[in-house]
Design a protein around this ligand. Structure first.
Ligand SMILES: Cc1cc2nc3c(=O)[nH]c(=O)nc-3n(C[C@H](O)[C@H](O)[C@H](O)COP(=O)(O)OP(=O)(O)OC[C@H]3O[C@@H](n4cnc5c(N)ncnc54)[C@H](O)[C@@H]3O)c2cc1C
Length: 310
């Protein structure tokens, strides 16, 4: 163990922050794979986030951010340094004539938004019941469905750089595009909270929303997945390309391309991260050979304290 890690842990203890050492991460991601984190620290408020980031920077400890673990592949070798589990659960709301303003912590689970929407007559938010994870993770990857995304509701985002400085970004500054944002592009910030404006007027009828939800449930495989592995390429569907390349049902170890929806890869039980990495490489290769399309991962690879390049 490096002396800087020992010092870092001493400082955390002195400040009364609780953390776990050699924490097994596989139970914290939907794929159920991955090694251990040297230090695992749940972050419950903004102030704590700023302090921990500053300490980690001073001690030169790599920092990795984990939300709900619904869109990540954590490598078998585990994560060096500190994993910050985003648990900021702030929830403030204010009602106006035509909309609600919500100030929410990055650790708020997105399906809670759909439950809140149901209670307040905003059934448009039902899409969030189908997108597991935290608000921070959703903003990072601009999660969405049915042609809508979290960016449609964002007013501003509070994020910290890795030196522990606080920044406020307007919706435009967040650089949202399909399944990405400035935060994902540069990986230089930790999202702490966000302000959302929720119109009272729904864009979709209740019947349309119910139909979309039913259709989606019928299309999605049951089992341990991380949602869509690849982004849809412009003008096409990753799942269709994977199927056309003959990869449906392709299996490496206990990791398998779903027979139902080819952009979902399943852990049949006991898969390793290495199996998923190999499966991802193989599918990319076959899709490229078949039609020349270079698929781009939607899932993120976490490990070694750095984003893992496949
Ligand atoms: C069954 C299933 C269905 C899904 N359906 C959809 C869908 O319809 N649409 C869709 O868009 N996605 C879908 N997903 C993927 C997933 O739900 C989303 O990507 C979700 O937003 C991930 O959030 P998370 O908190 O789990 O992020 P994580 O998986 O924990 O992290 C994802 C990335 O975000 C980063 N991150 C997380 N929180 C923060 C933060 N606070 N600050 C900075 N970086 C952060 C992490 O470092 C990582 O790089 C699905 C997943 C599953 C398992």
């Amino acid at each position: 163990m490096t002396t800087s890690l020992v010092l870092f842990k001493k400082q955390l203890l002195a400040l009364g922050f609780s953390f776990e050492e050699n924490k097994v991460l596989s139970s914290l991601c939907t794929w159920g794979v991955g090694g251990e984190a040297d230090v695992f620290l749940p972050v419950v408020d903004e102030k704590q986030l700023g302090v921990v980031l500053r300490l980690a920077k001073e001690a030169e400890i790599p920092v990795t951010i984990l939300g709900g673990g619904c869109n990540v592949l954590i490598v078998d070798e585990g994560v060096r340094g500190v994993v910050l589990a985003m648990k900021i659960g702030l929830w403030d709301e204010e009602e106006f004539e035509n909309h609600f303003m919500l100030r929410l912590g990055a650790g708020v689970m997105t399906p809670r938004l759909s439950m809140w929407g149901k209670k307040h007559g905003v059934h448009d938010l039902e899409l969030f019941s189908k997108i597991p994870g935290t608000l921070g993770g959703a903003i990072f990857g601009n999660a969405g469905a049915w042609g809508y995304a979290v960016s449609d509701y964002i007013v501003e985002v509070v994020a910290y750089d890795f030196e522990g400085n606080r920044h406020v970004f307007s919706q435009t500054q967040c650089g949202f595009v399909y399944r990405s944002s400035m935060f994902k592009q540069c990986s230089n910030f930790v999202i702490a909270e966000a302000v959302l404006s929720i119109p009272k007027q729904n864009k979709l009828s209740k019947e349309v929303v119910e139909e979309k939800a039913r259709y989606r449930d019928s299309q999605q495989p049951i089992g341990r997945s991380a949602g869509s592995v690849f982004k849809n390429p412009e003008g096409g569907f990753a799942g269709k390309l994977i199927e056309e390349a003959g990869c449906k049902g392709l299996q490496i170890g206990q990791a398998r391309v779903s027979d139902q929806h080819a952009n979902f890869f399943l852990n049949l039980g006991g898969a390793k991260a290495a199996d998923f990495l190999q499966l991802i490489r193989e599918v990319k290769k076959r899709v490229k050979e078949k039609g020349g399309v270079e698929l781009v991962e939607e899932v993120r690879f976490l490990g070694g304290g750095l984003f893992y390049e496949i």
